[in-house]
Design a protein around this ligand. Structure first.
Ligand code: SAM
Length: 280
């Protein structure tokens, strides 16, 4: 592949283009096309069905927030479930928490895990933690018989176009709530309000309908179209916008994005996002 070649994620009338050096992997699984590229400036890039999932350049921002916002909103989690997340990045961040006892992951596509292990070792190292149990299944089905089991459930899904579609339904949010222990917290990948306003509104309405406390947090991720992505967080236990604990110094030293101030600040919403996610 010649230097100067580019790949583009084109979706919702918008594009995100990255210069690449080499295509390392292109596989068609039962669910999606999996591509990994060596980029010119951003390290490795993972695409599923032409949609950017991560680059090694900025994945820390997304994964640290997806893991730590719900954990610190909870304050005493021991059992965590990740739905999706086959690249291992959320698991890697959860693995930094010695107090966690069970780290379950339910990923629908074993080929994503295999490709991540082969081509994205810095992210997929999350699978090496001995507490991790891998379940290959549709997350929307997996949670149905897990009543009252998890303290935190993190939904690190693809967009609703492919196998992720059932993870964006109101019924799924009810099932997530049922799968929590008292005081449990959910965090779900909730798209960009600039790119998909109707979907952001729907996901927030689903979270609010199910949980006493709900919030919509923004995460800066330069390589996602619009440069950011949202996360819906919900709990019946406590206000999720306020961390329950300080970050232990040993953990703080390892983190590049998450801290207590960023936890609170992420939930601040511009007026147009307030209008979209439950009013001012
Ligand atoms: N952070 C990424 C983003 O927002 O673009 C998502 C990364 S992660 C690779 C998404 C994973 O969700 C994929 O590996 C995909 O196979 C998985 N997935 C999609 N639908 C699923 C489902 N119904 N159950 C479990 N995993 C699912």
């Amino acid at each position: 592949m010649e230097p100067g070649e580019w790949v583009t994620e084109a979706a919702a009338g918008f594009g995100m283009t990255v210069e690449i050096r080499e295509k390392l992997c292109c596989r068609k699984s039962q669910f999606q096309t999996i591509e990994v590229y060596e980029t010119a400036k951003l390290g490795r890039l993972l695409m599923l069905d032409g949609i950017i999932q991560l680059t090694s350049f900025d994945e820390f921002a997304y994964h640290e927030m997806m893991a730590n916002v719900p954990l610190f909103a909870h304050g005493g989690a021991r059992r965590v479930l990740v739905i999706g997340g086959g690249d291992g990045g959320v698991l890697r961040e959860l693995g930094r928490h010695p107090e966690l006892e069970e780290l379950d992951i339910c990923e629908i596509d074993r080929e994503v895990i295999a490709a991540a292990r082969e081509f994205l070792p810095g992210t997929a190292c999350g699978f090496d933690d001995p507490r991790v149990r891998v379940h290959i299944a549709d997350g929307s089905v997996f949670v149905r018989d897990k009543a009252g089991y998890y303290d935190v459930i993190i939904v690190d899904s693809t967009d609703p176009g492919g196998p992720g579609a059932p993870l964006f339904n109101q019924d799924f949010y009810r099932d997530l709530k049922r799968a929590l222990r008292p005081g449990g917290v959910i965090a779900t990948q909730s798209e960009s309000p600039f790119l998909l306003p109707e979907l952001v509104a729907r996901l927030n309405a689903a979270t609010r309908a199910c949980f006493r406390y709900a919030g919509y947090a923004s995460i800066m991720v330069p390589t996602y179209p619009t440069g950011m992505i949202g996360m819906s967080v919900g709990s019946d236990g406590r206000d999720v916008t306020e961390p329950a604990l300080e970050v232990p110094p040993e953990l703080a030293r390892q983190l590049r994005y998450y801290n207590t101030a960023m936890h609170r600040a992420a939930f601040a919403r511009p007026n147009f996002v307030q209008d979209m996610t439950g009013g001012r």
